[in-house]
Write a protein that binds this ligand. Structure first.
Ligand code: FES
Length: 289
């Protein structure tokens, strides 16, 4: 009998121990001590009055319900005010605008300067000297200068020789030369001068040597290979393929202008409009007629 009573007491005691342990494990599940739960009393999850009678499971259930709630609070916003553009004068120039405008201005200035330099480089300049039209001078004065220089007048700025063309040979010349050449050659007849004028390129048509005059023969005689030309540049001997080249000429109001940019090929071999023979000893060999 005593054994039965003892067993019953043990069972009752075990049940009481198990119930107490279960209650403590619920509260420990939320990780809160008694003191902490007391401080958290205002937390709604713990109860308005700080009631610590809520179990851990109840707290977790309440938190889960809060997270999974699908209700969305709709907040009414105030009506939008109409847009009013700000006054630029009131705003002034911002720092961003200042830098942007400065950058664009400097780039524009640089591009403009480069463009102006290119245009200035490509703009046709006033050309003078060889290759341009040279106003050589008054025909009367030129004829006087030719005479005083033993029949030949050299103009280095035009790389040319100026000589007189006899008026008596003009008719033959008209049948041989172009209008550009004749303008100077016939100026004596047309203008009432003692002779006309012819402008010859100093470059030998053979291989390009500068052809000097020969005072004794009154011809041009090339020292390179011996080509010879009479006083008006018609070939008289040597290996040259033609007479001396000459420039286009024009005479206006008695003034001769030579276009050194327009070189006219010399007359073909055999052309001899003046019939001028060597007037003295040749400077280079002898003429090959
Ligand atoms: S270059 Fe004048 S004759 Fe040859």
């Amino acid at each position: 009998m005593a054994v039965v009573v003892a067993v019953v007491l043990l069972i009752v005691l075990a049940v009481a121990v198990l119930a107490g342990a279960s209650r403590r494990s619920d509260r420990k599940a939320v990780g809160l001590s008694r003191e902490t739960r007391r401080r958290d009393a205002p937390n709604p999850l713990m109860g308005e009055s700080g009631d610590d009678t809520l179990s851990g499971r109840e707290v977790e259930a309440a938190a889960l319900a809060g997270r999974t709630s699908t209700s969305v609070a709709v907040v009414e916003s105030a009506p939008l005010a109409p847009f009013v553009a700000p006054d630029p004068m009131a705003l002034g120039v911002t720092r961003r605008q200042f830098f942007n405008r400065s950058l664009v201005g400097m780039m524009g200035f640089g591009v403009s300067g480069f463009g102006a330099a290119c245009i200035a480089f490509l703009w046709p300049q006033g050309v003078s000297g060889f290759g341009s039209k040279i106003k050589v001078g008054d025909v009367t004065q030129l004829l006087a200068d030719i005479t005083s220089n033993n029949g030949f007048l050299y103009k280095p700025e035009g790389r040319m020789w100026i000589t007189a063309y006899p008026n008596g040979a003009v008719e033959k010349a008209r049948a041989t030369y172009s209008a550009q050449e004749l303008a100077g050659m016939t100026s004596g007849v047309d203008g009432g001068f003692d002779a006309g004028i012819i402008a010859l390129y100093q470059k030998c048509p053979h291989l390009g040597c500068r052809v000097p005059n020969c005072v004794s023969s009154q011809w041009f005689e090339c020292p390179c290979h011996g080509s010879q030309y009479n006083q008006v540049g018609e070939k008289r001997g040597g290996p040259a393929p033609r007479g001396m080249d000459r420039f286009a000429m024009s005479v206006s109001d008695g003034v001769l202008t030579v276009d050194t940019g327009t070189i006219i090929q010399g007359p073909p071999i055999g052309t001899n409009t003046t019939g001028q023979e060597a007037e003295g000893p040749n400077c280079i060999g002898s003429a090959d007629h």
